[in-house]
Design a protein around this ligand. Structure first.
Ligand code: SF4
Length: 436
């Protein structure tokens, strides 16, 4: 018996697909790269953008023929899309070849649903309304190489006006600290993982709902003091909640990655307000300065949305100047795309697509130039790095401050180990190095 999972969207979904794979393997299924060979095909969906949703619908619809030729095939759709009533109804009424539909909150019930579907030969369409903690013993088949994802929170309380996540993932809930630490200890004990990445929509507010003094800084510290050589990463940080104590803890422990992803979204106070980000440009820059004071070697990365409703030329120039001022080592740049059922989708002064394209092009050019400059300055410097992957004869390594370095003529046996690399050259921002 074979299974095939198609995953859309963020790291949260990637990790949840690892749980779906774990449940399937516990039932005796084996992964196959070919849909045609599978007995169970799952679409773990994302609804953050219309395009992702349309692509998923197209790919689900394309399986009608396969299902016709192979009636025992089970097709499942899960993740964020079915958490919206309109999508759930669409899947139920317009896609009768889909056998199981479930959401983000009842993912841990998938084995049961699959067995019931097979036994009763009936469709199962079931989503739950609000966040629940997924049981600690949910099986997992990890697929992310030397890195292991660990959930610390589910859901989000922030309601940024462009974002659908709080509506489909529910209110934020935190896993108990002892449960997280136990999971990390087991991962380290297995000696398969050199990197642990803590996952949450806003990791900095971890513990707020537990109301017992638990904080993200304490969690970081309690993991960083565990024995063994490993790197501790986390994502994503909301700038409004990154407190001094979190930055101080990162600075204190070498095991915590010094690449901090701090999504700013815009450099204009008017746009930040319209986005409901609840910080100003000045506050954000103050946080960046504090990070740089405590860790001069830290790398910063960010997300930016260009062309948010009402964004004037001056607002956009403010974003460009913020990007120059911070000097990000990496930047994820998006054109705003309206997401139905979010406040921003019905805001006045939606920006013309051509204007968005021009602005994002300018931003990309600026960032490329900054990255080229940054790469040049790295030449001749030595960094501690984790060797992460060996592909086509090239070893890739990521430094403590998040620089990606490619090394020729190195052994694949180094994957998963830490070592020192010397940056020898840079080509279009791509760093080439050698082992020290
Ligand atoms: S913090 Fe904002 S952008 Fe991030 S998931 Fe929550 S609502 Fe969406």
């Amino acid at each position: 018996m074979f299974y095939h999972i198609i995953t859309y969207g963020c790291q949260m979904n990637v990790h949840e697909s690892e749980k779906l794979a774990g449940m399937l393997e516990n039932l005796g299924y084996v992964s196959t790269p070919k849909k045609e060979d599978a007995d169970v095909i799952l679409f773990n969906t994302c609804c953050i953008r219309d395009t992702a949703e349309r692509r998923a619908y197209g790919n689900i619809a394309a399986l009608k023929k396969l299902k016709k030729n192979k009636p025992d095939l089970i097709i499942g759709v899960c993740g964020c899309m079915p958490q919206q009533d309109s999508s759930k109804t669409y899947l139920e009424t317009k896609m009768p070849h889909v056998d199981i539909v479930f959401g983000t909150h009842n993912l841990h019930k998938f084995s049961e649903m699959l067995q019931n579907c097979l036994k009763d030969k009936k469709r199962i369409i079931e989503t739950w309304g609000d966040s629940v903690l997924q049981p600690a013993n949910t099986p997992m088949t990890r697929t992310s190489g030397v890195n292991a994802w660990v959930n610390i929170t589910y859901g989000c309380n922030n309601y940024c006006t462009y974002c659908i996540v709080p509506y489909v993932r529910g209110r934020e809930i935190s896993r108990p600290m002892n449960e997280i630490i136990e999971e990390v200890k087991q991962l380290l004990k297995s000696e398969q993982y050199s990197e642990i990445t803590l996952l949450g929509q806003n990791v900095n507010s971890y513990g707020n709902d537990l109301k017992d003094g638990t904080t993200f800084a304490k969690l970081l510290e309690n993991i960083a003091i565990l024995d063994g050589e490993f790197r501790l990463k986390f994502m994503t940080s909301h700038p409004k909640d990154i407190k001094d104590e979190v930055i101080d803890t990162i600075a204190k422990y070498k095991k915590i990655s010094r690449l901090i992803h701090l999504p700013v979204q815009s450099g204009s106070n008017a746009i930040l307000k319209a986005m409901n980000r609840r910080y100003t440009r000045e506050y954000y820059l103050e946080r960046v300065n504090y990070i740089r004071q405590q860790m001069p070697d830290a790398g910063l990365s960010s997300d930016i949305i260009v062309g948010f409703p009402g964004e004037t030329e001056q607002d956009f120039l403010d974003t460009l100047s913020l990007v120059k001022e911070v000097g990000y080592s990496n930047l994820y740049m998006f054109m705003y795309s309206p997401r139905k059922n979010t406040p921003a989708a019905s805001m006045p002064n939606q920006i013309d697509e051509l204007v968005k394209k021009e602005r994002v092009k300018k931003l990309i050019e600026l960032q490329r130039g900054l990255m080229r400059e940054n790469a040049k300055q790295s030449i001749g410097k030595k960094y501690r790095a984790l060797f992460e992957e060996f592909k086509d004869g090239v070893l890739s390594a990521v430094t403590d401050c998040g620089k990606l370095v490619f090394i020729n003529n190195a052994s694949k046996e180094l994957v998963g180990k830490f070592g020192e690399v010397l940056i020898t050259s840079a080509k279009s921002g791509r760093l080439i190095g050698e082992l020290v």
